[in-house]
Design a protein around this ligand. Structure first.
Ligand code: FES
Length: 176
């Protein structure tokens, strides 16, 4: 191979490399320009901070006593890109504790998300019961050791205004 040919080949390779880098770089840039909006759109609801939950009036506070009562109500809540017109239906187990304080518990089992009911199993009096895997919680919604749930039921924020009970957002309980 002559020196001239070697030189030509060398130039050919560097030209090829140049084209590879240029086209690769341009392709990568174009792909990122096209993909970014798609990815951003797909994860948007996840990255958006949730709007502050409003308090919802669930009735006169005097209607609650020391026995748990199931309360159904609707809240305006965005579910991803969808905001149901009729709102999202929620349930709370509400009672007035012996000290007069209102407690409002989420019915969503902390094991795998089934629905718990107050005294849902006649075998376990004064407890919340989850029928899916025999989950049990005491009267304060604290999980009973030895049953599947490993955390207490979440609680709703509560406040009383003008004799009416208002429920706010659901707050997980820690350190119970
Ligand atoms: S979902 Fe409630 S015990 Fe499993």
């Amino acid at each position: 191979m002559s020196e001239e040919e070697k030189e030509r080949r060398k130039q050919g390779i560097s030209r090829r490399k140049f084209l590879t880098y240029t086209l690769g770089g341009t392709g990568g840039f174009l792909a990122s320009v096209m993909l970014y909006p798609m990815v951003r759109f797909a994860v948007d609801p996840v990255t958006k901070g949730g709007a502050e939950a409003e308090f919802v009036d669930v009735g006169p506070v005097d209607e609650f006593n020391e026995t748990y009562k199931s309360v159904q109500f609707s809240v305006k809540q965005e579910d991803g890109w969808y905001t149901p017109k009729e709102g999202t239906k929620l349930t709370a187990w509400v009672r007035k504790n012996p000290d007069g304080k209102i407690i409002a518990l989420s019915p969503v089992c902390k094991h795998l998300g089934c629905t718990v009911t107050w005294e849902g199993n006649p075998q376990f009096k004064n407890e919340f019961f989850c029928p899916c895997h025999f989950g049990r919680y005491d009267e304060n919604g604290v999980n009973i050791p030895g049953s599947p749930p490993t955390a207490p039921l979440d609680m709703y924020e509560t406040k009383v205004e003008n004799g009416r009970l208002l429920l706010g957002k659901i707050v997980p309980r820690t350190g119970v």
